[in-house]
Design a protein around this ligand. Structure first.
Ligand code: IPE
Ligand code: IPE
Ligand code: MG
Length: 252
């Protein structure tokens, strides 16, 4: 990092209103494949670089005092990819489950996974659980990782659960409110997404936090995820802070 890089980050930080940070930021970590392709490398190298970016950005998010960030790491649709690519991704994810805790120890972050875990092996699920339990008492950033996550799948699982409770007589129609639905989703307890960040030039949600992002401010940029920097996160936050959020009402 050069003097100029440090200076630029400092200047951007000075523009951020730290009293008005987005409470929940969603990040779609997209563009790993294209990053690798441009360098003539296999896609898995892009995912490896993307994993490094994830570590840098999640650490920085904690440093600047963000409350919660949810990273989209693997979607319910990503199983459609070649077996080789899916396996490479699983190796990276498992490596994070094995070694990420030590790195997190000093950071005070709370880790939580969202998505359907039943697709993963028993030992993989045990590691997820262990990471959540080991960081449960931390008081820093709520770091959510979306694995085998899709909004439609999340809403489908939640609705099934509701039907089961109703069938047992444990839930009445009037118990269903926007709040109770939010509390039954994987993101229970988290605030709604204020800022949704998607790099890589794609301008869509790809089945990510659709209920939770109903009023999110969307931030898109052409930067590919492995090239995404702390400055990009600061730029997205500054842009967010300059938006006029009306929520259907009218601001004076
Ligand atoms: C995002 O990068 C990582 C995952 C979806 C797991 P991609 O692999 O989608 O990269 P592109 O979009 O092909 O460049
Ligand atoms: C979204 O990216 C999923 C993740 C980043 C984990 P994709 O690359 O899978 O999304 P599409 O296919 O471009 O919509
Ligand atoms: Mg992609």
């Amino acid at each position: 990092m050069s003097f100029f890089d440090i200076f630029r980050t400092k200047r951007l930080k000075a523009e951020v209103d730290f009293e008005n940070l987005p409470k929940h930021v969603g990040i779609i970590m997209d563009g790993n494949g294209r990053w690798a392709k441009r360098r003539g490398l296999p896609r898995k190298s892009g995912h490896g670089m993307g994993a490094k970016t994830f570590e840098i950005i999640s650490e920085f998010a904690g440093d600047i005092g963000l409350h919660s960030v949810t990273f989209y790491a693997f979607s319910t649709e990503n199983w459609k990819r070649d077996k080789e690519e899916v396996e490479a991704l699983m190796v990276l994810l498992e490596d994070y489950l094995d070694n990420g805790l030590t790195k997190l120890a000093g950071r005070n972050a709370r880790i939580r996974f969202i998505g359907d875990r039943s697709a993963f092996s028993e030992s993989f699920q045990q590691k997820q659980k262990h990471m959540e339990e080991a960081t449960e008492q931390n008081s820093g950033l709520l770091l959510n990782i979306a694995l085998n996550y899709g909004s439609r799948d999340e809403i489908t699982r939640m609705t099934r659960h509701v039907a089961e409770l109703a069938a047992k007589g444990e839930l009445k129609p009037e118990d269903i409110t926007e709040e109770s639905i939010s509390d039954m989703l994987d993101t229970a307890g988290l605030p709604d997404v204020d800022l949704m960040i998607r790099p890589s030039g794609e301008r869509r949600l790809s089945n990510f936090l659709m209920w939770q992002s109903a009023y999110a401010e969307l931030w898109f940029d052409d930067v590919l995820w492995p090239d995404f920097t702390k400055d990009d996160l600061l730029r997205a936050i500054i842009d967010y802070q300059n938006r006029d959020r009306r929520f259907g009402g009218r601001n004076k």
